[in-house]
Design a protein around this ligand. Sequence first.
Ligand code: QV4
Ligand code: CA
Length: 515
Amino acid sequence: MKFLLLLSALGLCWAQWDPNTRPGRTVIVHLFEWRWADIALECERYLAPRGFGGVQISPPNENVIINDPLRPWWERYQPISYKLCTRSGNEDEFRDMVKRCNDVGVHIYVDAVINHMCGNGVSAGTRSTCGSFFNPGARDFPSVPYSAWDFNDHKCRTASGDIENYNDAYQVRDCRLVGLLDLALEKDYVRSTVAEYMNRLIDIGVAGFRIDAAKHMWPGDMKAVLDKLRHLNTTWFPAETKPFIYQEVIDLGGESIKSSEYFDNGFVTEFKYGAKLGTVLRKWSGERMAYLKNWGEGWGFMPSNRALVFVDNHDNQRGHGAGGASILTFWDSRLYKMGVAFMLAHPYGFTRVMSSFHWPRYFVNGKDINDWMGPPNDDGVIKEVTINPDTTCGNGWVCEHRWRQIRNMVTFRNVADGQPFANWWDNGSNQVAFGRGNKGFIVFNNDEWPLSAYLQTGLPAGTYCDVISGDKIDNKCTGMKIYVSADGNAHFSISNSAEDPFIAIHEESKLENLH
Ligand code: QV4
Ligand code: CA
């Protein structure tokens, strides 16, 4: 504790790198486009009981209303003001969600769109989700207020005013990303205005922020904003707690801008993670699971204590952003479950699970021309998330976070938290296994033939329920059982045609010996 006090005395408090989840909760879920009322319900009925640490929410600030195409999901990445009213709900509903989720130990992480305002091509008189007037052509956003002085038009050196070359760091920061009006974050007025918006959210009770388009802001400008942020609300957080910061920086290598430039501000999204994991599980480019033995920094990823990791995100699950065709999504459900399970079992990084909505993909020349489609809605009003008797979601919500294989691996990660990567085994091909100290063990068969092996699990002797094929309920296994002998060995048999060709066991899935 003394060390911590010293750190904080030196102003080196590590908090912006502390995810601020409750102890023993190690995973956040992105409830993409959910309404605040539904998130509050999900915190209470599902996320808290299942040990989720938090929720990344869609941008809560007023955005432009786009009608061509009709209400695309990406209209929420075109701010009009920092008023808390969007299709997900109004300020009262936002406050209610934050309080109810915090009260059950599930924290809220806000998607902060602070690099820009709406697109340059949006015409004046276009409506916005809170009815605010604005005029992009005149750079006039009176509800903030921002005026022409507050944008980078004068600073950008490209002919179009848009980013034209991602190898020129000046363009990437000072010009418009796909035409989005670029804020002058070198100005104290803009920094203070952005910080005031984020501080209002901190006072309401949020635990941290995803910084959208962080690559497009100078790290120093962003630090100037972060240094203006208050500590978290002590109703739910210890005094002097800083907000958790994770910055969206797409760095697959080969560009002028590097993720490491942003490490001093907080965590950074590691986009190589999902791209590489998808390639390995699809067995593309000669990749095989046996190569995952040194997964993490060994694969050239950023340090684990700066990495926000995910299998897919709201962009690359629909061909936006980075990752390409290798990205696994709910559309590829069998491999997707394997990928998410691998991510949640492996100690590398801080993990985020995606929770999506369905849309009717329609490919023309290999591109989904429906990639813009927004959330399930009735004439523009986002549909509520209904829960089916089998605990899946209805109304077009995918709810990957409620799939047994995924929610049980959230428990696995929580149980294994802090335990070392151990007992790696592979068959030189696509059959692998590894453990987490003496708390958990997982086995994958991604080969075209059965797996049958005696493996050292590192676990205490006993009968364990496989949490992939079932659950442990009333001290019984609804799925497969695994028998670990006194020396820690167990036999695993996995058919290559199994619905889910992987097995996971952990301390809490062990049956009690009832004498
Ligand atoms: C169009 C033209 C532009 C033109 C402009 C004129 O393409 O050349 O200058 O009109 O106004 C939408 C449209 C896009 C349109 C733009 C309006 O798709 O065609 O430009 O609006 O300017 C999301 C979507 C974008 C969407 C944007 C704003 O992905 O398609 O653009 O929201 O609505 C890079 C970044 C990374 C970014 C990623 C997508 O480094 O930060 O691209 N990811 C984040 C978010 C992402 C969001 C944004 C950033 C922008 O995850 O969801 O983009 O906030 O890799
Ligand atoms: Ca910028």
